[in-house]
Write a protein that binds this ligand. Structure first.
Ligand code: FDA
Length: 401
């Protein structure tokens, strides 16, 4: 094989995009993936419609040990740039919620778009093809693959994070980085449902399947004191704990042992609402509460915490009213774990950004070695931000190759 300019390992979101950009800049690119199918995570993303970016993408929507690292790449290839590419390929899309953009039809359209962009760049793709190792040579890099050894000026690691191992996720990128002396920010599951030990959660199982809008928050130690993070989104009760967009968002900030607080009636003053209802309504408490909460939640909550569900409103004591409202609006929970890599949407942590250039994604330890996408310690909120990071980091890298 003729000498290569770059070998990109991982044909997911970041790898495909970077390969296309590098190829279209005239570089000779080989893209390798061990999986038979290309970009499985794009295929299953956004419920099959791929939330491919977010109009509100900005560094504030990303977590990292170095929150400034993503700034340069996000500024140089923006959500608007990716939207323009989607429009050029005549893919219809819509905004669902808070700037989140989804394909009208299918995530397959984004994959087809990336493959056609790779074709336009003359990218060679080997798939499925296992990679045994990557090593430095006098003139660049050698990549040992099951189709033979290839030599290249540069290697880009785009092997993603650890979530959903059954569709091809591996720790290849993390292991390689560590072996070459890179620091690693301990990986942890993020955008993931939270769980409780079975005995603790058993009384709440009757609420499984209920979804409702909530305010959810947690508090973390920050550089200047504690930082409270809150999201207003939907929560879903499950048989093992809590899920839904509110919980996925807060899970990225939650650390084991910390409490989370949930307001089950955000934007209301439930104590005042109940006082008002007491003065005008003769209904039973559970039915009155169901004006603001799902009936099954109201019934289960009263069965667990009181007062009696059939208490007529005029008989509701003030102390009980205040206690009930306070419990529902400041519900403090101590999750015991999360659903792990099987269910997480993204990995937080990864290759430490201190050892990478924020302009180019190149290793500061090994010239010619680059890390892009989820393998890097940059993690987006729920809502299209993680794909935007894949596009932006892939672009920054391709420009520098
Ligand atoms: P990605 O995982 O896309 O690609 C990595 C590639 O490397 C894979 O093709 C894999 O096979 C390959 N690979 C791994 N190990 C290898 C090895 N040893 N040798 C060779 N190849 C190897 N984000 C978002 O913004 N909007 C959304 O709607 C969703 N939805 C969503 C749903 C679900 C269920 C999940 C699990 C995740 C999402 N995400 C998301 C997150 C998003 O999918 C993710 O952040 C990006 O795909 C990351 O892009 P990368 O290219 O870095 O990794």
């Amino acid at each position: 094989m003729a000498p290569l300019d770059v070998v990109i390992i991982g044909a997911g979101a970041a790898g495909l995009f970077c390969a296309a950009q590098a190829g279209q800049r005239g570089l000779k690119v080989l893209l390798i993936d061990h999986a038979a199918k290309v970009a499985e995570k794009i295929r299953i993303s956004g419920g099959g419609r791929c939330n491919f970016t977010n109009r509100e993408a900005s560094p504030a929507k990303f977590l990292s040990d170095n929150p400034h690292f993503c700034r340069s790449a996000l500024a140089r290839y923006t959500a608007a740039d990716f939207i323009a590419l989607v429009q050029k390929h005549r893919i219809a899309f819509h905004e669902k919620h808070k700037g989140q953009l989804f394909c009208d039809e299918s995530a397959e359209q984004i994959i087809a778009m990336l493959l056609s962009e790779c074709e336009a760049g003359g990218v060679t793709r080997w798939q499925p093809c296992k990679v045994a190792g990557v090593r430095r040579t006098d003139s660049g890099w050698a990549v040992d693959t099951e189709r033979g050894e290839v030599h290249t000026n540069a290697v880009v690691i785009a092997t993603g994070g650890l979530p959903v191992p059954k569709i091809g996720a591996t720790d290849f990128g993390l292991r390689l980085a560590e072996r070459l002396g890179h620091r690693i920010v301990t990986p942890r599951a993020a955008l993931v449902p939270l769980t409780f030990d079975a005995a603790h959660w058993a009384p709440f199982i009757p609420m499984a399947g209920i979804a409702l809008p909530v305010a959810i928050s947690t508090t973390n130690p920050g550089r200047r004191g504690t930082v409270r993070t809150e999201f207003l989104e939907d929560l879903l009760f499950t048989h093992r704990g809590i899920s839904g967009p509110a919980v996925l968002q807060i899970s990225s900030f939650w650390r084991g042992g910390q409490p989370i607080e949930i307001d089950l009636a955000p934007g209301r003053d439930l104590s005042a609402d109940l006082a008002d209802a007491k003065s005008r309504s003769r209904r039973q408490l559970a039915n009155e509460l169901a004006s603001w909460l799902p009936q099954r939640l109201a019934d289960t909550w009263l069965a667990l915490h009181g007062p009696a569900a059939d208490l007529p409103m005029p008989q509701l004591p003030d102390a009980a009213r205040k206690q009930l409202a306070n419990g529902l609006q400041h519900w403090t929970l101590h999750p015991t774990g999360d659903e792990g890599w099987r269910k997480a949407e993204v990995m937080a942590g990864g290759v430490d950004t201190r050892d990478l250039s924020s302009q180019t994604m190149e290793s500061r330890l090994h010239p010619g070695l680059y890390f892009i996408g989820e393998v890097v310690d940059v993690t987006g909120w729920l809502g299209g931000y993680n794909f935007q990071w894949a596009w932006s980091s892939g672009y920054a890298c391709a420009e520098a190759l």
